[in-house]
Design a protein around this ligand. Structure first.
Ligand SMILES: [Zn+2]
Length: 214
């Protein structure tokens, strides 16, 4: 007999989270380097940040990476997460947009035109600043492709995973309905019951007779 925790772990492992198409997957993976539920961060140290970026071909394996780069990567990642929350229908946060613009400036993103036609934004800066520029490029490409607004952050506060909303009407709220969706529904149900329970025992009003003074 499995404990409830083990059952949850099994369910979690069995239900895959939707992955974004094209280069938007880079943005999704970048945001998900911080796992809220596990309490882990793949970019927390200079060497792990270098490993992550080099593993995707965005940075030479021997590039110099410092603690300022770790802070820079975290700032871009959390700004992107904030923008992914806005994809549930809220206005985008100006501070988060400012942080993405800063990353674009630091990367010195500029259009590079190809012989075959078309162009792409490419970073001119070296190091981590330039590597993070590729993530901003992927955001701009997703905007052009019309897929950006479908990358969302899970509305389960304990999760906040970046997921691709493949629902037909783009109304997905949770990375996995079977896990986060159910958890949030149970929580909302309990809250309603609690609030309903507080409201119900209203003090009985005194029955005022004709001679009552108040
Ligand atoms: Zn979730």
């Amino acid at each position: 007999m499995l404990t409830r925790q083990a059952q949850t772990a099994v369910t979690t492992a069995l239900v895959p989270r939707a992955r974004a198409p094209g280069t938007l997957l880079l943005v999704q993976d970048f945001v998900n380097t911080r796992d809220m539920e596990e309490g882990t961060d793949e970019l927390a140290r200079p060497d792990s940040l270098r490993g992550w970026l080099a593993g995707r071909g965005l940075l030479p394996v021997d590039a110099a990476v410092g603690t300022a780069d770790v802070a820079r990567a975290a700032a871009l990642r959390e700004a992107l997460r904030t923008l992914l929350f806005a994809h549930h229908g809220e206005p985008a946060d100006a501070g988060a947009i400012g942080a993405v613009n800063r990353a674009a400036n630091e990367a010195r993103l500029a259009p590079r035109f190809a012989d075959a036609g078309g162009y792409r934004l490419e970073p001119g800066a070296p190091g981590v600043g330039g590597a993070l520029g590729w993530i901003v490029t992927a955001v701009s490409e997703a905007m052009d492709a019309g897929t950006w607004e479908r990358l969302k952050a899970c509305r389960n506060d304990a999760c906040q995973w970046a997921f691709y909303d493949s629902s037909r009407n783009h109304s997905g709220s949770w990375c996995r309905m079977a896990v986060c969706g159910n958890r949030m529904k149970v929580r909302a149900y309990r809250r309603r019951r609690r609030e309903g329970g507080q409201r119900r025992p209203e003090p009985a009003r005194p029955v005022r007779g004709p001679g009552s003074s108040a």
